[in-house]
Design a protein around this ligand. Structure first.
Ligand code: DAT
Ligand code: MG
Length: 139
């Protein structure tokens, strides 16, 4: 069953580079409603758990270290066709391959420091949202 919510994180590079406001503005401008929002930091353990699906990939250690290296913004977003439309808005994993007008094209540094996370399925959007937010933090 398709839902209308997705989950995002503004990654440490985006925060470090001062793009928090610009990225949130792009997200709202693209028609997403913010249902939950948090400025926080992942512990190494939390980053390991969040990215457990990538545990066997060669970049896993680097990814965990990076994602726990500085503050992030976590958010639950709502829009019709949220997961697919948000993946379109963020663009390809590697900013060198991301389309014009996408968040990663505008703000990402490289394939690892790529500014934003976007859920890849309705199921993962729900799991990832619950990972970061209690029920009384979602509006
Ligand atoms: P996406 O974030 O576009 O869904 P993914 O799920 O394949 O991409 O990978 C998760 C994150 O892992 C990605 O945003 C950045 C990092 N990553 C992926 N491939 C990488 C690589 N080849 N080298 C370094 N980091 C990588
Ligand atoms: Mg992914």
């Amino acid at each position: 069953m398709a839902t209308n919510r997705t989950f995002t994180m503004l990654k440490p590079d985006a925060i470090e580079n001062g793009y928090m406001g610009k990225i949130i503005d792009m997200i709202i401008g693209a028609g997403f409603d913010i249902k939950a929002l948090k400025y926080t930091k992942l512990s190494v353990e939390q980053a390991k758990e969040f990215y457990a699906v990538h545990a066997e990939r060669p970049f896993y250690g680097e990814l965990v270290e990076y994602m726990s290296s500085g503050p992030i913004v976590a958010a639950i977003l709502e829009k019709d066709n949220a997961v697919e439309d948000f993946r379109k808005l963020i663009g390809a994993t590697d900013p060198a391959e991301a389309a014009e007008g996408t968040i990663r094209k505008a703000f990402a540094e490289n394939k690892g420091r790529n500014a934003v996370h976007g859920s890849d399925s309705d199921e993962n959007a729900e799991i990832e949202g619950k990972f970061h937010f209690a029920a009384n933090e979602v509006f």
